[in-house]
Design a protein around this ligand. Structure first.
Ligand SMILES: *Cc1c(COP(=O)(O)O)cnc(C)c1O
Length: 466
């Protein structure tokens, strides 16, 4: 104890006067485990074959670092491997190399995006990265944004802001209009905001999975006529099951006319907005009609989780909604503490890995990732036997499909078997339920998946179906 007080020579924290050789060795050994795991990928499967993983509890005496390294290795080799070329199930791509470094830096700095004095450079970095996004998507001068740990939280940040700005903070009898294909996070948001189910209006989607604009228009008209208060309208830019785009321009115009908060959930498709991408349906979008938009770089660019931004066309709306004052923090009048811009308080510097990732890729690199994702999906469609399969897919890199003329009932068993068959052959794909029927779904966000893998996968599928 005395020794600890007068001569803190220990391994608990980085040394503040020694050479930190122990920390360096530890980082190197951990890096070796991870890099060997990456190199081993081809010999492994997307999911670990060894399901024996057990956790160990803290003991009375602290654990030797070599034992911990063994446990780290066991943890790593028992994990899902998004870098495997057969990892195609979800919106979880391999981590971008530089983004791995970003988390290491964030952890070593251990700054806090809660307050400017706890993250002087990082607060500026976060503000500027958000501003860059705002400019790229076409938001104007008084726009801005905030990072939060995932799209769910940012959708919540948006709706809390909408509620506050409309003066509905203490009112729960308000309508939230979304499409039936919108993300489940809005159900969570509604629960948190205290909205009853009868205040959730799910607009049906058309044959392409897009919000049916005629149904939307007539519902909105009815609601307005009846004097119903409307919290917000949410459009999705890239739906989770089939990558569809809602009619953003039409919805946006309507909301502007009626002065209703318009939120775009672009968790999936948002990254396409920052490039000069070749998807015409995206090029023609007027994003500046929106009050808020969620973008998740974690879902396609490989910025490691979590990485999500909420951008708002009027930055003051976040300040007004979430300002509490931080009585325990000294800050000058003109400083915005970024813990007062959303529901989270203390926040890690997730912005580092996003910033490094964008700098490292450049707009060209981002375009390469996005373009190849869509090209791979198109190649898959080309090789899949269209006589055998019905396909659901919008312009993005996501596709769901099912054998033709299969009943809802049969789809359950068939997709289950197909999924098992494929994972045994090192292809991990997902099995969503959509409008009562099970589908197989592939997300082509994995840069390591090559033409060879796509041919192998389509061969397996074409032969598996009777
Ligand atoms: C993934 C997703 C979300 C939620 O994002 P999380 O980061 O998982 O919280 C919201 N909307 C859409 C369309 C998504 O695909």
């Amino acid at each position: 104890m005395i020794n600890d007080l007068n001569n803190p020579s220990h391994d608990f924290f980085p040394s503040i006067n020694g050479d930190n050789q122990k920390l360096l060795t530890l980082i190197n050994k951990t890096s070796e485990i991870l890099c060997t795991w990456f190199s081993d990928t081809q010999n492994l499967s997307p999911l670990p074959s060894n399901k024996e993983f057990r956790t160990s509890n803290p003991e009375n005496i602290g654990c030797d670092i070599n034992v911990l390294l063994e446990e780290i290795q066991s943890l790593v080799y028992s994990s899902f491997n998004p870098s495997h070329p057969g990892s195609l199930a979800h919106l979880d791509p391999p981590p971008l190399t530089i983004s791995i470094i970003g988390d290491l830096i964030a952890s070593a700095l251990n700054n806090n995006l809660l307050a400017e004095e706890l993250s002087p450079s990082l607060s500026i970095l976060e503000k500027d990265v958000c501003q860059w996004f705002c400019n790229r998507i076409g938001f104007r001068d008084n726009s801005g944004g905030i990072a939060a740990s995932g799209g769910t939280l940012n959708n919540l940040n948006a709706l809390v802001t909408a509620k506050y700005k409309a003066g509905f903070t203490f009112d729960n009898d308000i309508a939230l209009i979304i499409s039936e294909d919108a993300h489940v996070s809005f159900k969570k948001c509604a629960t948190i905001l205290g909205l009853r189910n009868n205040n959730l209006y799910f607009i049906e989607t058309d044959n392409n999975g897009c919000m049916n604009i005629a149904v939307f228009n007539s519902l909105l008209e009815d609601l307005l006529k009846s004097g119903k208060k409307i919290l917000a309208v949410v459009a999705t830019l890239g739906t989770t099951i089939r990558g569809a785009l809602d009619p953003i321009n039409e919805i946006g115009n309507k909301c502007k006319e009626e002065n209703i908060w318009f939120h775009i959930d672009a968790s999936i498709g948002g990254v396409f907005l920052i490039t000069n991408n070749k998807i015409q349906d995206i090029q023609r979008l007027n994003i500046d009609k929106a009050n808020s938009i969620t973008i998740n770089p974690q879902k396609l660019l490989g910025i490691s989780k979590t990485s999500s931004l909420l951008l708002v066309s009027d930055f003051d709306s976040l300040k007004d909604t979430f300002r509490t004052g931080l009585p325990y923090i000294d800050s000058s009048e003109d400083v915005i503490n970024r813990g007062e811009l959303g529901v989270q308080g203390s926040r890690p510097a997730e912005i580092i890995k996003l910033w490094l990732g964008l700098r490292f890729l450049g707009v060209e690199g981002i375009e390469r990732i996005l373009d190849t994702s869509v090209i791979k999906k198109n190649l898959f469609i080309k090789k899949l036997d269209k006589n055998k399969f019905e396909i659901l897919s919008g312009p993005l890199h996501i596709i769901s499909f099912i054998p033709r003329d299969m009943s809802n009932f049969e789809s359950n068993n068939w997709t289950y078997k197909a999924k098992e068959y494929l994972i045994a052959r090192k292809f991990m794909i997902s099995r969503p339920i959509y409008k009562g029927k099970y589908f197989l779904r592939i997300v082509f966000g994995n840069f390591n998946t090559s033409e060879y893998h796509i041919s192998e996968l389509t061969n397996l599928l074409n032969n598996f179906v009777a």
